[in-house]
Ligand binder design. Structure first.
Ligand code: SAH
Length: 382
């Protein structure tokens, strides 16, 4: 047994990995944001209305962030209610908002149509606003240090349930509800609850809606979107073939298989080398620099020799700037014996990576006092 297993909160009781959502779950109602522009026209025609009503509705939803029929004055009153009921059903109900960082970080707990809970976080920085979204209710990947991983997978979110998290943030910003005045979302990171690559279709649908030009989508730059994955290798390759220059983040957390088997159980399926190689292929094909996520856990994965080993692994694929490392100070989950690294160990870890020419950043710890990271709000409930 490795040192990680001995101190893991669930040591000995390994959770099974879950790729498929439980059967028999009711699907969320169909929503405009689930559909491609062509399918929207077909859906509107299916309601007995002319196809251009779909574009009008898209302009309201994506272009103006409106979902209240009263504001859709270019649509005859008699049609508005029907169109909105059929195409813009409410998907997310806010349960709780928590703010910190002087109102520039806002975390929201949402209830979905079937009662499941998910969370999203809006983070405003000078010059950019990042929305962190959930792609699944719960997660089947069972990483022992992650709050979401402890509860298992409830279900996949639909594309529209993902898009709605971003639209809700965009509305709050445009209405001036976030400190700093009215603004726009510039970045979306799939770093909320869930493993986005295990809900590939819906996540790609959401990415298309976010990046499609207005009025068909929100018109965001794909470069501002980061898909973070535990390393489902076939999906990383599939993503590389989409022709969408989104940023890929690989959650590595250990440079050696012994430890990664404990921290990231999927490692028993795709080893460190396979995951890193897939990330390298992604960078090679898309020319986008990938990000290696590494949660620094005191005395577990933060030893100087592991920094050296991480540098060995990454630089073995060349040093053309294909990768950078993003260190995340561990946000301890309730009941866990694990904690964040000592400052001097963190500094040494950074120093060793940088000495080997690996660009390294340490993630800021936004939202920590509001359980801002990783499923903690949903885990504690409303
Ligand atoms: N399933 C995706 C997204 C997870 S959340 C993935 O694995 O990449 C985004 C990042 O936060 C991941 O790197 C995840 O491992 C990390 N993370 C989860 N719980 C954490 C915690 N308690 N402290 C620090 N980082 C954590």
């Amino acid at each position: 047994m490795t040192d990680a297993a001995m101190t893991s909160p669930g040591a000995g009781a390994t959770l099974p990995l879950v790729f498929d959502e439980p059967r028999g779950r009711k699907r969320p109602p169909r929503h405009l944001a689930d559909l491609t522009p062509e399918d929207r026209r077909a859906a509107v025609e299916g309601l007995g209305l002319p196809a251009y009503r779909a574009t009008q509705l898209s302009t309201h939803y994506f272009g103006r962030l409106v979902d209240d029929p009263a504001e859709m004055t270019d649509v005859p009153l008699a049609l508005r209610q029907d169109l909105v009921r059929e195409m813009l059903p409410p998907l997310l109900t806010p349960v709780r908002d928590v703010e910190c960082d002087d109102g520039t970080t806002r975390k929201t707990l949402w209830r979905l149509f079937d009662g499941t809970l998910v969370e999203s976080v809006l983070m405003r920085y000078p010059g950019r606003v990042t929305m962190c979204v959930s792609s699944q209710a719960g997660c089947g990947m069972a990483c022992p240090f992650c709050a979401t991983g402890q509860g298992g997978l409830q279900r996949n979110l639909s594309a529209a349930e993902i898009v709605e998290q971003v639209v809700a943030g965009a509305r709050a910003l445009s209405r001036g509800e976030i400190a700093g005045g009215p603004g726009r979302i510039s970045n979306v990171v799939f770093m909320g609850m869930g493993e986005p690559m295990a809900n590939y279709r819906a996540v790609m649908g959401a990415v298309r809606r976010l990046t499609d030009p207005s009025p068909h989508g929100l018109g965001m730059s794909a470069r501002g979107i980061t898909v973070s994955t535990i390393g489902l290798v076939p999906r990383i390759d599939q993503l590389a073939g989409e022709g969408l220059p989104v940023t890929l983040a690989l959650s590595l957390h250990a440079p050696d298989d012994d430890l990664r088997d404990e921290l990231v159980p999927i490692n028993t399926r795709w080893r460190v080398r396979e995951a890193v190689e897939a990330a390298w292929r992604y960078a090679d094909r898309t020319r986008r620099r990938v990000s290696i996520e590494y949660a620094l856990i005191k005395d577990i994965n933060d030893q100087a020799w592991r920094a050296d080993l991480l540098a060995d692994v990454l630089t073995s694929y060349g040093d053309w700037g294909w990768v950078h490392v993003n260190l995340i100070p561990l946000n301890p989950t309730p009941g866990s014996k694990w904690t964040a690294s000592r400052p001097e160990d963190e500094r040494e870890f950074v120093r060793r990576l940088e000495a080997r020419g690996v660009p390294t950043t340490v993630r800021d710890t936004r939202g920590r006092e509001i359980d801002g990271a990783c499923g903690q709000l949903a885990a504690t409930g409303a």
